[in-house]
Design a protein around this ligand. Structure first.
Ligand code: GAL
Length: 572
């Protein structure tokens, strides 16, 4: 069981390092993530490296039985890099080119950035690949930075050629007949830069897919360099936020273990539900590989524009919940709270007050507790929720029937309902083999492929229970609406047909005594039976027997009791 966090010794004089390792030992820290933001110290000018300080840190940690999760520092290029290669600084959709001064100032498609990334990764791999302290490689930090520059435009066009093969196919997939967007040469296609009014949703979706692949190729390049010089597992840390353009199923096949950074923003039970959600996702993405909590806040919640302290003991409880759901370690951002810099007000395992503090005492207690625990065997889940980043991105389309349709929010609501009932839950991709689950839930999975529909149909025919909620199965993989009545791809499986959506402005009463909210539909039964109705008698929840199984359709946003009723109908 790993315990520790980001360790940034370059922010401190060397005498503090001695206190660090003494306190790390006291807190049973056994893994320190080092070097995440150290590029400027490691390579003070182009091609000239200074490893002396890192040699001393690595040796010191090793002498104290603390292993190192050694980072490549490519998330934070030094000032000299941006000045030498202004074309490698990221460009926002509105054309603003960013300058050095914060972090994540790079374009992953800029050739100079790729050269510099390979050079520093190679230098680190050669020097520390055989160092006894190196236990793991942490490539980059929180991949997710996107750019809209000309390098991206070139790379995007190559990616599009590969995906669509011909301009005709692209024009068709993007419905460029709308608003005079027909492309007559590849060179006319740009990243989705700021434009007069709404952008084309298919263009936006392909750009996110492209960004995921472009970032992944940067990761792979470094991983392969690191593997030449060391045998340690290689990974990176995912941001558990809705904005990231990462296809986590695809990425997780490329990492040796899944690492997540997770910052809760609710107190009490809400925070515990968030922990369960993130941990279940990480374990599911890992698909049998280990997973690790690479960062969490230290005894704090991250609320918009600041942090709030957790109640005594809450941090420990949350940390243990990650472990119970399969985490092979609990790490934090960061070991020692910074004195200056942009994150000087983020709590550390050693706070500004020092080790004589409530926070350090709780951290040290937690370290001792974890050091005595064997890894947990998470309960085998009988329930799964469908997770697809592409479907989530498609629902970030700025022009939906109403605002507020949000894949992740719908998934979290359903996951919380299962969590409240004490049901172990996995996440699965719609094309995965799901036959072992008793019940599979599909909350607002807007976009779906024909292959995934066939997979889900076979699951139900074979005896599975599928619960589909509103605004699922609406679009094809190019975000085109599936015609003939909603929910296009799932009409046959669900035995329903919907001509019109009826979004709600307030709650509506349902026949089972619960309430629907946000969304409703005029549902026609084409084989299904209504199990819950709206006040006008129209079907709100339906049930359709298919082969040896059944599929439910939920046409509104149910409250907790409404969801519990449907789960009960499905045998949970
Ligand atoms: C993470 C990031 C850390 C630190 C932390 C606290 O997302 O990886 O470097 O910034 O948030 O804000």
């Amino acid at each position: 069981m790993y315990f520790g966090g980001d360790y940034n010794p370059e922010q401190w004089p060397e005498d503090v390092w001695l206190e660090d390792v003494r306190l790390m030992r006291e807190a049973k820290v056994n893994l320190a993530t080092v070097g995440v933001f150290s590029w400027a110290r490691l390579e003070p000018s182009a091609g000239v490296c200074d490893f002396g300080w890192l040699d001393r840190v690595m040796d010191l940690l090793h002498d104290n039985d603390i292993q190192v999760n050694l980072a490549t520092p490519t998330a934070c290029p030094p000032p000299w890099f941006g000045l030498a290669h202004p074309d490698a600084m990221p460009v926002r959709a509105d054309g603003t080119r960013l300058t050095h001064g914060s972090r994540d100032t790079y374009c992953v498609n800029a050739p100079a950035y790729r050269v510099a990334s390979r050079r520093i990764a190679t230098a680190l791999a050669e020097r520390y690949g055989a160092h006894p302290a190196t236990a793991m490689w942490h490539v980059h930090n929180e991949y997710g930075t996107t750019c809209h520059c000309d390098h991206c435009a070139t790379a995007f066009r190559a990616w599009l050629r590969d995906r669509h093969k011909s301009l005709d196919a692209l024009n068709d997939a993007w419905t460029t007949a709308f608003w005079s967007q027909h492309y007559s040469a590849w060179e006319q296609i740009m990243p989705p830069r700021t434009t007069q009014y709404r952008s084309n949703p298919a263009h936006l979706l392909d750009y996110r897919r492209f960004c995921s692949d472009a970032l992944l190729s940067h990761y792979r390049e470094q991983r392969d360099i690191l593997r030449v010089h060391g045998r340690q597992p290689v990974t990176t840390n995912y941001v558990m936020a809705g904005w990231t353009p990462l296809d986590h199923w695809k990425w997780s096949a490329e990492v040796d273990l899944v690492g997540i950074d997770h910052y809760t923003d609710e107190p009490g039970d809400g925070g515990l539900a968030q922990v369960a959600f993130a941990a279940d996702l990480a374990r599911s993405w890992a698909r049998g590989k280990p997973w690790l909590l690479m960062e969490q806040g230290v005894a704090a919640m991250y609320v918009p524009d600041g942090t709030l302290p957790l109640e005594p003991g809450e941090h420990t409880r949350r940390s243990l919940e990650y472990v119970a759901r399969g985490a092979t370690g609990v790490l934090h951002f960061q070991w020692r709270a910074s004195q200056g810099g942009a994150e000087q007000w983020h709590q550390g395992m050693v706070p500004h007050a020092g080790a004589d503090s409530r926070v350090f005492r709780e951290i040290a207690d937690l370290g001792r507790t974890l050091s005595a625990l064997p890894p947990a065997e998470p309960a085998e889940a009988e329930v799964a929720i469908l997770w697809d980043d592409e479907a989530a991105w498609a629902l970030r389309n700025p022009a939906l029937p109403v605002a507020g349709l949000d894949f992740r929010a719908s998934v979290e609501q359903v996951h919380r309902g299962l969590w409240q009932r004490g049901l172990a839950t996995d996440f699965v991709h719609p094309s995965h083999d799901i036959s072992r689950y008793r019940v599979v839930l599909m909350p607002s999975l807007y976009l779906i492929s024909d292959e995934a529909v066939a997979n889900l149909t076979a699951y139900v025919e074979g005896g599975g229970a599928l619960i589909v909620s509103y605004f699922s199965g609406i679009a094809d993989p190019d975000t085109r609406v599936r015609l003939g009545g909603y929910p296009g791809a799932l009409r046959d499986l669900l035995g329903v047909r919907v001509e019109e959506f009826r979004p709600l402005t307030g709650p509506v009463a349902l026949s089972d005594g619960t309430a629907g909210a946000f969304w409703s539909e005029s549902v026609q039964l084409t084989g299904a039976t209504a199990t819950v109705t709206y006040a006008d008698g129209g079907p709100a929840v339906t049930w359709h027997q298919v082969g040896a199984g059944a599929a439910w359709y939920v046409s509104t946003k149910l409250d907790a009791s409404g969801l519990a009723n449907v789960l009960a109908q499905a045998g949970l």
